[in-house]
Design a protein around this ligand. Sequence first.
Ligand SMILES: CC(C)(COP(=O)(O)OP(=O)(O)OC[C@H]1O[C@@H](n2cnc3c(N)ncnc32)[C@H](O)[C@@H]1OP(=O)(O)O)[C@@H](O)C(=O)NCCC(=O)NCCS
Length: 184
Amino acid sequence: MINFPHPLRLPFQNALTGATYFLVSGDQIEPTPDQLLEIASCANEPLVYDLLFRQRFEGEPYRENDAADWITWTHAGWDHNTHFSFMVQDEAGRVVAACDIKSNDVEGAEAGYWASAHHRGVMTNAVKLMCQQAAKAGFRSLTARTKRGNDKSKAVLHRVGFQDVPSLDDERYEHYLLQLGDRS
Ligand SMILES: CC(C)(COP(=O)(O)OP(=O)(O)OC[C@H]1O[C@@H](n2cnc3c(N)ncnc32)[C@H](O)[C@@H]1OP(=O)(O)O)[C@@H](O)C(=O)NCCC(=O)NCCS
């Protein structure tokens, strides 16, 4: 059984600039016009859009109502203990990145993430912090997959401590595993 303490708001540092950011459980993010605009603007950045949304959105822009739907999905996960999304906010409260655990499977739920290119240096530390919290919440391992060639994402996973595992099912992806050990 997963037991994430929440609401959760943890400070951490940007590894490149030293600036303070916050890992915030998504149940605290409200769909205000500013938040929706910020999320849509990150999602429409070329790298994030190409890797996560271009195919699904058939080339149409990620709009503010898509951000609102995402926040609704995020709240539902925390309400029902089914999936766990976190936003990264800067000191001004702007959402600049996000990471999530996509299910409550204690042995191998999948992690995912994106970050604005204007805030290089936040992602690895945010994902590390999320994984530490996940261990405390009861997850024993997490998985991840990257599209082959997504070297930035692969580098994040390696910095966090994920190990490569063989990709048996789908050659388009590379797969990873993070063992979290005992609850502490
Ligand atoms: C994948 C993605 C989040 C990576 O973002 P990023 O800004 O490269 O990630 P980080 O903040 O961890 O790293 C940025 C830099 O800080 C450095 N850094 C970050 N954390 C660090 C740490 N703890 N110690 C030392 N250096 C660190 C990295 O080495 C990196 O340097 P580089 O750009 O010179 O290689 C971003 O490219 C993205 O959103 N891509 C699109 C969505 C996507 O692919 N999601 C993953 C799907 S599987």
